[in-house]
Design a protein around this ligand. Structure first.
Ligand code: GLU
Length: 451
């Protein structure tokens, strides 16, 4: 039986969680889930001065938001902890003793340095293939420092020790670490440990070919959370940054990605970051996700906007109407607010435009009467339907000898206070007879006064 895959995401909490880091975490998570292995979160917080609590929280929040649950690590524990490098000093000391006993260390001005093995180290990478690094030249490859004079640890050493101690089988990380890997191989060798398999994943580039930086738009995962993106959509987008299924499909449920994910399919070429594509994917998710689930994701945005929707059941018919207008979850309040309050504003520009049309108020008055009659005729028993409302409005337009639009626009303003929205007849149906008739009355009073 082959050993269980153990992979890790090992961020240094010195800033916010960036898409590059999130993508690294995602690929590790995918590989763990694909193989039935373990995904470990390890916090590389040796640089006490640069680490912040806020950055740590951003990592937890970002991973959780993306649904990347870790099997071992902070908050969940595990058999190989502690999972903070700042708490693993005793372990590092014991490895120092091992290296020292093997004659691999020497002091240099208070710093501890590792005596290079001075040979070719070949990185056998799952993505990049076999790459030999010749470390025989001390001029070009000076001995690495592993501990500073102040006692703090250098990344290479603690990273390798932890990968050994945590029994990491595969290291999937950014290509920016490829040049570090021969140094890591030396440490594994000196410690008599078998190195993990490596997969260095391509860098993420901006559309213009420059390397993506922390300041670029879309770089921080927190921006997607606050921007009203659907987490599953962002995760789907990140999956495609350097990996793709052979058939080039783009929208894929995560279960399918897990099933198909193979590091052998990771591109060698740089991944191109395209926020517009992320937006498009986001919209596809909004259109396609089950209505109940969409309601669940939209709810916090409505609440935040102070919209009193009472129960989720009230949201569902409205969402059915407006979902195709939503690009982000955060767009929901603007498209939905007037369904939940009678106290909605009238868009001045839309009002002015409608009133500029001769007869607009007469049309609205006629429509209000027709709709009241329609409701009375059927005693409101289920005939307040989009189809009936449409037929009625159209016959009013015919009677008046004007285009349908001459009735549609005043009706929309009257019922919603604005000139754009979902299908008018469906909007009126969802609002219901009483509210529409009352709104028409109020609008007539208000607009007559305006005019
Ligand atoms: N702390 C390192 C980083 O954030 C980890 C690199 C690795 O995955 O080995 O880049």
């Amino acid at each position: 039986m082959s050993e269980q895959v153990r992979v890790r995401f090992a961020p240094s909490p010195t800033g916010y969680l960036h898409v590059g880091g999130a993508r690294t975490a995602l690929f590790n998570w995918l590989y763990a889930r694909h193989t039935g292995g373990k995904f470990i979160l390890r916090i590389e917080d040796t640089d006490a001065a640069r680490n912040t609590e806020a950055a740590m929280q951003a990592i937890y929040d970002g991973l959780r938001w993306l649904g990347l649950d870790w099997d071992e690590g902070p908050l969940v524990g595990g058999d190989f902890g502690p999972y903070f490098q700042s708490q693993r000093n005793a372990i590092y000391e014991s490895y120092i003793a091992k290296l020292r006993a093997g004659g691999h260390l020497y002091e240099d001005g208070g710093a501890l340095r590792f005596r290079s093995l001075r040979k070719v180290q070949t990185v056998d990478d799952m993505v990049c293939g076999k790459i030999p690094f010749d470390l025989s030249n001390a001029e070009t490859h000076p001995d690495m420092t592993i501990r500073r004079p102040d006692g703090s640890w250098i990344f290479h050493f603690v990273n390798v020790v932890d990968d050994i101690e945590m029994k990491i089988t595969h290291v999937i990380r950014g290509e920016d670490h490829l040049s570090n890997t021969p140094k890591h191989l030396e440490l594994f060798e000196a410690l008599g440990a078998t190195p993990p398999r490596y997969a260095h994943i391509p860098l993420i580039m901006n559309k213009d070919g420059t390397k993506m930086s922390k300041r670029d738009q879309g770089a921080a995962v927190g921006g997607y959370i606050e921007g009203g993106y659907v987490p599953e959509a962002v995760r789907n987008f990140l999956c495609l940054l350097g990996w793709s299924p052979k058939d080039d499909r783009e929208i894929m449920p995560i279960s399918e990605v897990v099933e198909r994910f193979d590091p052998a399919n990771i591109n060698r070429k740089a991944a191109h970051f395209d926020l517009e594509k992320c937006d498009w994917i986001n919209q596809q998710y909004i259109l396609q996700m089950p209505l109940e689930k969409l309601a669940e994701q939209v709810e916090p945005w409505l609440t935040k906007a102070g919209i009193n929707f009472d129960t989720r059941a009230n949201i569902l018919p409205v969402l059915t109407l407006v979902r195709e207008r939503l690009k982000k979850l955060s767009d929901a309040p603007a498209w939905m607010d007037y369904f939940f309050t009678e106290d909605f504003p009238f868009d001045a520009e839309a009002v002015a435009k409608v009133l500029a049309k001769p007869g607009a108020l007469d049309h609205l008055r006629a429509l209000a009467a027709a709709y009241a009659g329609l409701a009375a005729a059927y005693a409101g028993l289920g005939k307040w339907t989009a189809a009936a409302l449409e037929t009625s409005l159209k016959s009013q337009a015919t009677l008046a000898g004007v285009k349908v639009g001459e009735f549609v626009h005043p009706a929309r303003i009257g019922a919603t206070g604005r000139s754009v929205g979902a299908s008018l007849y469906h909007t009126l149906e969802v609002l219901g007879r009483e509210r529409v008739l009352a709104r028409f009355d109020r609008a007539l009073a208000k607009l007559s006064a305006t005019k």
